[in-house]
Design a protein around this ligand. Structure first.
Ligand code: F6R
Length: 606
């Protein structure tokens, strides 16, 4: 995830662009840059200033003072392809230096496109996927920029919101989008472009929203829209009245809610080009001899560990290797039985968690192969691991992890497929598992529609003191995450139990005023979990069940129906109502959901 801004009008572009970037920093902040068309005699030249680091570093760059032009584009980056560095920062230029481009999204076929460009004599200077775009535009340009952009869009696979400027058409900014956000803000004798409304809300409340695979030609007094085949499209202006605080969160009340709603896109970007039905998964692990492993350890903390627990079932089923999940804080002190025949997988959103780092060092000392699943590019864990696979969740700002979890489970399951295919365990079942994974972004989007019902239940039970989550198999795994989410942001006491364990002790706690949430998404165990819920109802509990099965039971207070999927993947879907539940409970209690007491986003101490 990155942020982009554009300006065309009569003002100096740089201050407008920098202010826009500052309010988009929540989308990414490892590097930033601007490109402006600067007057040069009777012509224009492209001036590009960019650097690694936060927008403040760019803002303090004295080179910006020499830029007076009124047309410009800008970018704040959250690295996905290529480390944070000046050369990888946006804007990127084509080899002729005529086209400057900023891009938010991921070009999935960039390896093929790079090859095509290199074969055609182009040089690529960065490690980014983006640099192919200005060069393809150059390659496709025959005097008509719209045609060049349309042809280029047809070659790109993946997601993008792009802005293009050039001295060849100095009175225009060309923008295009697919699966990444982009709005055009309308002013008087000036127009604005941004990833999100907040970036330009100080200048206008009137916006056009681009639809998928649309192009806009933005001039200072005119905006025209086209589909990918260059048929003109008409659009209505929408008036947005937001206050400053809600605008920072793109209209959401809190970062946590915003991040919950970003999950379909974050999962889509994490899958990216890694998974398709017609070829084997390739995660850059060709040098790993998976036959050498007789055991897999998944090690992490908190929510990241829950992602590991949710994925253990897939490792054992498809890779047929015994898999254990451990808390990093326990693993590091208990002399685990690991050696060169153990594959150790570490999971961390921040890549900086002290216990996970220590466990990783231990695994390396024991000669194990280490693979890490991390969200923050270039973080400590990525530098220490033998191999790193990145989730593309974008910056997660709320302390309670949501989108990182669903992206971690998604990526772990892609790793499962990679290992199973390397071991020669291809099967019809594995293929249908791949299809199920590819359907997840849409199904997660559908699941978000359960919000009203979930809120309704939260409104009823938010004053309760004790809450239990129960499930079996992957439903138990997601129960643990639901319980943790509730504890950390609502401060309500909560526990997760394997449903079958309830009668071995915890059922003694069930009485009037207690709430039990059951997760029942596996056809084989649903009946059993329902019986355990009935036992709770008999003892006075209020009950909600999250299910993809056809349950008819009048005694259950709320049934949240979620889309069906392979039961191994169901945590990615069934966690959504649980995240929303924790959120609405905390809101009912007037708590700061983004910054719960006593917790920090990155735990760099033991
Ligand atoms: C809970 C949460 C924490 C983290 C844990 C590990 O919502 O965010 O439990 O999952 O502190 O952090 P990372 O993933 O950064 O290693």
């Amino acid at each position: 995830m990155c942020g982009i801004v554009g300006y065309i009008g009569n003002k100096k572009a740089v201050p407008v662009l920098i202010n826009g970037l500052l309010s988009l920093e929540y989308r990414g902040y490892d590097s930033a840059g601007v490109a402006v068309l600067n007057p040069n005699n009777s012509d224009y030249i492209l001036k590009v200033v960019k650097d690694k680091g936060r927008v403040k570093i760019l803002q303090d760059n004295s080179e910006l003072e020499t830029i007076t032009g009124n047309v410009g584009i800008a970018h704040t980056r959250w690295a996905t392809h290529g480390m944070p560095s000046k050369v990888n920062s946006h804007p990127h230029l084509d080899n002729s230096g005529k086209f400057a481009v900023v891009h938010n999204g991921i070009i999935e076929n960039y390896v093929d496109l790079r090859k095509k460009l290199l074969d055609n004599g182009y040089t690529l200077y960065s490690d980014t996927d983006t640099e192919v775009i200005p060069n393809l535009i150059h390659m496709n340009y025959n005097g008509d920029i719209l045609e060049a952009v349309s042809k280029t869009m047809k070659e790109l696979k993946g997601s993008y919101a792009i802005e293009v400027i050039s001295p060849l058409f100095a009175d225009k900014i060309i923008v295009a989008k697919k699966d990444s956000p982009l709005v055009v803000g309308i002013g008087e004798d000036e127009n604005f472009i941004a990833s999100d409304i907040p970036a330009v809300l100080a200048h206008t409340n009137n916006f056009y929203f681009l639809d998928e695979q649309e192009i806009a030609v933005v001039e200072k007094n005119l905006v025209k829209f086209y589909d990918i085949n260059l048929n003109e499209v008409t659009k209505d202006i929408k008036n947005i009245e937001w206050d400053a605080e809600s605008s920072e969160k793109n209209g959401y009340e809190d970062y946590m809610l915003k991040e919950i709603y970003e999950q379909p896109q974050a999962i889509r970007e994490t899958i990216g080009s890694r998974l398709s039905l017609d070829k084997k998964v390739s995660l850059g692990l060709e040098n790993v001899d998976f036959k050498a492993f007789n055991k897999i350890y998944i090690v992490a903390c908190g929510t990241a560990m829950h992602a590991g627990i949710a994925s253990k079932y897939a490792f054992e089923k498809f890779c047929k290797i015994p898999t254990e999940v451990d808390m990093a804080s326990e693993f590091r002190y208990r002399n685990p039985l690991i050696d060169e025949h153990t594959l150790c997988i570490f999971i961390s959103q921040s890549g900086e968690t002290a216990d996970t780092i220590a466990a990783l060092r231990l695994a390396k000392e024991a000669g194990s192969t280490t693979i890490s699943i991390v969200n923050v590019i270039g973080s400590s864990i990525t530098r220490l691991s033998d191999y790193t696979l990145y989730t593309h969740a974008g910056p997660e700002i709320a302390v309670a992890s949501t989108k990182a979890y669903t992206c971690q489970v998604t990526l772990l399951n892609i790793l499962v497929i990679n290992i199973a295919e390397s071991l020669g365990y291809e099967s019809k079942e594995l293929n249908s598992f791949k299809s199920s994974l590819l359907e997840l972004p849409d199904k997660v989007k559908q699941t978000l529609e359960t919000n009203k019902l979930v809120k309704d239940f939260a409104d009823k039970v938010y004053t309760q003191k004790d809450l239990y989550f129960i499930g079996r198999g992957t439903d138990y795994a997601v129960s643990m995450e639901g319980s943790l989410k509730l504890k950390e942001i609502s401060y309500i006491h909560s526990e997760a139990y394997a449903a079958g364990e309830l009668k071995h002790g915890p059922i003694a706690l069930i009485e009037n005023g207690v709430t039990v949430i059951g997760i029942a998404t596996n056809p084989i165990t649903t009946e059993k979990t329902l019986s355990n819920l009935e036992e709770s109802i008999t003892r006075g509990a209020s009950v909600l069940v999250v299910t993809n099965q056809n349950i008819k039971n009048d005694k259950i207070d709320y049934i949240i129906n979620v889309p069906e999927t392979d039961s191994i993947l169901s945590p990615i879907i069934s966690v959504i109502p649980l995240q929303l539940f924790a959120y609405y409970i905390a809101k009912n209690k007037n708590l700061d959901v983004d910054k719960p007491r006593n917790l920090a986003k990155s735990v760099t101490v033991e």
